[in-house]
Design a protein around this ligand. Structure first.
Ligand code: FMN
Length: 444
């Protein structure tokens, strides 16, 4: 299986089986094929297969993504060139009896390893036609597994969100992490080059460092490190603690370090009791061409639900978030409370919606996920080759056919299909023990 020569032989065999031409291409910035749009769901797999010599175009300019072979044949080709490994029989497909004996071991193997799954209602459809676009997806998974690599995340090209915060004692960090979880944003901590000691923060001592800085209009405490790709961010949540009614001077250093023209900035702060007051308005002159939204003060222990209801009400640019009336939301009701999921729009979630309303049984997995085995397979037509789940992500794990809601860290995995994000109630869900029933409904 880890023998790349085999993969090459596999390619030659598949090329023959599908009447493909031998690769002859040059590296190009777009897909290089006139019939594969750069934003097609399979574009990255086509490019991967081409760049790794796994599949070629049907001409120098076309890939013919819709030309087909049968799914049983495809599973068998992959399996045979992996050395015909035995596979512990997985659970049967509903149409197991229509899988020819020559293909059945291959289908088991392909399913267990996550290379191929069902096509809905737990059917494999061995005579179903697989397009070359699907073949490219499967070959990518296969080749990456053989090499022990995964597709790198595409570089951000704008439309991204950043939560940048300074926190001397952890309160503002708590809120920043909630926002990151809710919006799947990037997180950046503004770290002082010279960290604040508790003596520095002892504001009852009029001479403490924090007080001196707040009283000095020219104070600009240095920041350790920087945000390398600031130009990728369209929205920046800017978090700080209130110091004597204002933002700490290190926030001035931060705002003067970058160009925020046209960027939407959303201030938030924590304090002992003061409101946000004039602190956010006083920061605006440091980035006058940014689009400043009105800010919000939280207590340091504010829950994710509290933060989520604020985030949902924000008027963020559409390019960066799907929040709003158009995004389908699900309500999960269970003994410990309620959670809300904002659903992505893809083939998997569209299939899932046809199952709802439903009562699902969840259980814990590895102290990081709440999982539920679904009564039927969901389409994975839009699935990426692999996915790196973040806390709050709702996914389908295709090889086992289960929903997986992540509340802890887990690594990147093939077979994971992103479905949406928990925007409130994740803590309540994560605190549930053993098996528990969850009623899932679509919110009006
Ligand atoms: C120098 C200093 C001045 C402060 N001034 C105020 C204030 O004016 N009003 C207030 O409610 N809290 C004030 N606090 C309390 C902090 O705003 C509060 O503890 C905040 O949540 C700390 O956030 P952090 O843990 O992210 O640093 C002050 C704290 C310090 C260290």
């Amino acid at each position: 299986m880890r023998n790349l020569k085999r993969v090459w032989t596999l390619f030659l065999s598949l090329a023959l089986a599908l009447s493909l031409s031998i690769p002859a291409y040059a590296a190009v910035e777009d897909t290089g094929f006139s019939d594969v749009a750069a934003d097609a769901w399979y574009a990255e797999f086509v490019v991967y297969c081409r760049d790794n010599g796994l599949m070629a175009g049907t001409s120098t300019t076309t890939f013919s993504p819709d030309t087909t072979t049968t799914r049983a044949m495809m599973a068998t080709m992959l399996w045979r060139y992996s050395g015909s490994p035995s596979a512990n029989a997985g659970s049967d497909f509903a149409d197991e009896s229509s899988i020819a004996s020559w293909a059945s071991a291959a289908v088991d193997w392909a399913r267990i390893n996550g290379y191929m799954g069902g096509v809905g209602a737990n059917r494999f459809q061995p005579q179903g036609q697989a397009s070359r676009a699907q073949l490219a997806t499967i070959l990518t998974r296969y080749h990456q597994d053989a090499q022990g690599t995964v597709t790198p995340e595409p570089e951000p090209e704008g439309g991204e969100m950043l939560v940048a915060y300074f926190s001397a004692t952890g309160n503002t960090e708590n809120i920043a992490q909630h926002i990151q979880t809710i919006l799947d944003a990037d997180l950046y901590e503004i770290v002082p080059e010279d960290p604040y000691t508790s003596e520095d923060l002892n504001y009852s001592n009029g001479d403490c460092r924090a007080n001196q800085e707040q009283n000095d209009p020219n104070a600009r405490p240095a920041i350790s490190g920087s945000v390398e790709n600031m130009e990728d961010y369209d929205v920046i949540f800017l978090g700080y603690p209130i110091w004597w009614g204002q933002a700490p001077k290190i926030m001035h250093t931060f705002l003067e370090s970058y160009d925020f023209d046209g960027v939407t900035i959303v201030p938030f702060c924590t304090s002992g009791s003061s409101g946000i007051g004039s602190s956010a308005a006083n920061l605006q002159s440091l980035a006058p061409n940014a689009n400043w939204l009105s800010g919000q003060r939280f207590s340091g222990s504010a829950s994710q639900e509290t933060v989520a209801s604020w985030v949902e009400g924000l008027d963020l640019p559409e390019a960066v978030t799907d929040f709003g009336n158009t995004q389908t939301q699900l309500r999960l009701t269970f003994d410990g409370g309620e959670a809300i999921i904002a659903l992505e729009d893809n083939a998997t979630t569209r299939d899932f919606l046809t199952m709802l309303p439903a009562t699902l049984t969840f259980e814990d997995y590895a102290g990081a996920e709440k999982i539920s085995y679904l009564p039927q397979d969901l389409s994975t037509a839009d699935a990426p080759a692999s996915y790196d789940p973040q806390v709050g992500d709702v996914t389908l794990y295709e090889p086992w056919g289960n929903l997986a809601i992540f509340y802890g860290d887990a690594g990147s995995s093939s077979g994971l299909v992103p479905m949406g994000r928990v925007i409130s109630g994740l803590e309540l869900l994560s605190e549930m023990n053993g098996e528990f029933e969850v009623s899932v409904t679509v919110m009006e």
